[in-house]
Ligand binder design. Structure first.
Ligand SMILES: Nc1ncnc2c1ncn2[C@@H]1O[C@H](COP(=O)(O)OP(=O)(O)OP(=O)(O)O)[C@@H](O)[C@H]1O
Ligand SMILES: [Mg+2]
Length: 358
């Protein structure tokens, strides 16, 4: 096992990708390591003809992944859009891994992302010493993706200011990146495309300019439909985390995961699962990703400061941390939920006590 804290998808799932490659008889778009059908199988999971099991990466609507993959075969780029924690970055990483065998060409969008992070920059020492030359030019992931015909990922596209976003227009419509200083241009090789992600909740976001919107196909990733689906997501992610962190804790009981997911869904939806009690919603998003962290934290607490078995007391701090994003308002919401819902559930007494005691 590798000592790297977090391996790239193409390393972690190397065996699956190799196996898929071997069995893939469908036509592959130029420079893709797999056919579109196999990319979808890699994302959604399945059993290959020789019985090899592919684990599902994305749990949800298969059609969305098909649309995403189909988009990447066209001259339009893909925008994965949705609430925080709906697996946008996760899906983007796995798509890049399954299409190009490389998920590392990535630009993290921030308010401070400049043009040079998208087009190219300069090694100023060299630039001053030798003048503009290919050696003085600093390539960006976008430039490398164009040269090698691979998928480039842009995270949080809408955090990038509008004028910098617009540098993507030429790249996406002309598939060219001019370098006027050297009087050349990089022409994108077949296989190049962009997967961007953006979420609709973060403050201070810039809208996508309409010129850019037309060059992206948007796929909206939803919050998990059903309770069972969400439990399944949390369970799978927690299991894989346990393997990596090598925690001396027992596998969490499904019942514990169900309770966490129930709390998250009820607070998120503003109503109890049975539909009987209305609840005020807290300011945080309470995403599936946060539910996963709560269980992971709980496992660490159980492993090192408990008896190795995940219990309510190990989870309480994590739950409260996830809910109380605004110390004043959310506290009221949480207390009301605790008193009107958690307290009344016969088999939730342990959670009630653990949370109240904190
Ligand atoms: N439908 C799903 N299927 C599989 N995993 C999921 C699903 N929804 C959430 N997850 C898990 O949630 C975690 C967080 O997802 P990710 O970081 O991709 O969210 P995001 O949409 O990029 O959020 P943000 O907007 O905050 O960047 C991942 O570990 C992923 O496995
Ligand atoms: Mg993300």
């Amino acid at each position: 096992m590798s000592n790297v804290l977090r391996q790239h998808a193409e390393q972690l799932f190397l065996e699956e990708l190799e196996e898929l490659k071997k069995q893939d008889n469908e036509k592959r778009p130029y420079n893709w390591i797999l056919s579109p059908q196999s990319v979808v199988t890699y994302l959604m999971g399945g059993t290959l003809k020789n019985g090899f099991e592919i684990q599902p990466k994305y749990i949800g609507n298969r059609r969305l992944i098909e649309i995403a993959v189909a988009t990447l075969t066209t001259d339009r780029a893909l925008l994965l859009y949705g609430l925080p924690g709906t697996a946008k970055s996760w899906v983007s990483e796995h798509l890049a891994a399954a299409i190009s065998g490389d998920s590392t060409m990535i630009v993290q969008g921030t308010a401070g992302t400049g043009e040079e992070a998208i087009r190219y920059g300069w090694n100023y020492a060299r630039l001053l010493a030798e003048g503009p030359s290919e050696k003085a030019l600093v390539e960006t992931p976008v430039m490398r993706g164009m040269q090698t015909g691979k998928i480039v990922r842009i995270e949080e596209l809408t955090r990038i200011s509008a004028d910098v976003q617009d540098t993507l227009i030429t790249i996406l419509s002309e598939k060219t990146l001019p370098v006027p200083e050297l009087n050349t241009a990089v022409m994108a090789q077949k296989g190049f495309n962009i997967i961007a992600t953006a979420n609709n909740r973060d403050k201070g976001v810039n809208d996508l300019s309409s010129a850019l919107k037309r060059r992206f196909n948007t796929v909206i990733l939803p919050v998990p439909d059903s309770m069972e689906e969400e439990i399944d997501i949390v369970r799978r992610r927690v299991e894989s985390y346990e393997k990596v962190m090598d925690l001396p804790a027992e596998k969490p009981a499904l019942e514990e995961i169900r309770r966490i997911v129930t709390i998250f869904r009820e607070l998120r939806n503003g109503v109890t699962v049975d539909g009987k009690t209305k609840i005020k919603a807290p300011s945080g998003t309470l995403s599936t990703a946060e539910a996963i962290s709560v269980v992971n934290n709980g496992l660490a607490m159980a492993a090192y400061f408990g008896d190795g078995q995940l219990k309510a007391a190990d989870l309480a701090a994590g739950i409260i941390g996830a809910v109380l994003k605004d110390p004043v308002q959310d506290k009221l919401v949480w207390q009301e939920y605790l008193e009107t819902v958690v307290k009344t559930r016969e088999d939730w007494k342990d959670i009630y006590r653990a949370c109240r005691d904190l």
